[in-house]
Design a binder for this molecule. Sequence first.
Ligand code: SF4
Length: 328
Amino acid sequence: MQLNVSLTKYMAGKRLSGQGRFPLVLMLEPLHLCNLSCTGCGRIREYADTLQEMMTPEECLSAVKECGAPVVSICGGEPLIYPHIGRIVREILALRKHIHLCTNAVRLAEMLPQFKPSPYFSFDVSIDGLEQTQEKTRGRKGIYKLQMDAIREAKARNFRVITNTTLYKETDVREVEELFDRLTMLGVDGMLVTPGFSYEAVKEDIFLDREASREKFRYIASLAPKYRFFNTPLYMRFLAGERQLKCTPWGTVTVNPRGWKAPCYLITDAHYKSFGELMGGTDWERFIERADPRCRDCMVHSGVEATAVQEAGKSLKDMVELIRWNLS
Ligand code: SF4
């Protein structure tokens, strides 16, 4: 609810000032180094040559202020191995931004004392399946138990915990349903579900095409009454093939040690030195309608959730649904 109040105020202010394109979320990647090597991860492959580079805490804070988005998703790489993570979280919270700290949870339990619970702060744990699936895709024995224990510990200390589940070709939706049951029993605050994006840097044939995505998400969407999904209802219907939504690539902007990544979180044509150069130098029109071939099967939330939020404001029915979802 707090997040939605912040987003509504921010969007109203931008509209009143006549700004048509503005980000809702900053993906802040202080480093690309990770303590796992997951099968579907584009980052550790795309940035293999610069894995040792890191943003300084000053660069991180300056990026947050320059872009102005009300939500900062700290990702990577693995943010819990970034040496200044405690400091940047404290200083970004002091700016009254909402933080989602995206983690594989390998270090979560030991790092909890560095953070304080806040309605502005969530851990987002990436978890795609049960024991066997997690061990296969994450390449680490015991990872599932470690993650579930870390989530339990974070909840016991009153932290907000969201989970992020990515669906691939081999994903069994019944297994995902069982995962959701277990996560619900642990008391997680929300679950985000999204199809994997076919990164060029990932050579394995593991990603879903559009039709296969829709088939799996029709089943996932049917589970909505049972679970606290973090996806907006409109995005869920888009995933199930019931609604068409364009992309809003500037809705989620990304900054990392190389600069401001264009045009979006997923594909890289350039890195700009400043947020202003990113906004002014990108041919956004090419990506709104998915004219670029790399966008063909893309249905991920970083491109579409901003569209869903804006579309909801245009229809009373969608708005009522969004408000109900917020209150549920
Ligand atoms: S459709 Fe996907 S890949 Fe294309 S610009 Fe949007 S978010 Fe990026």
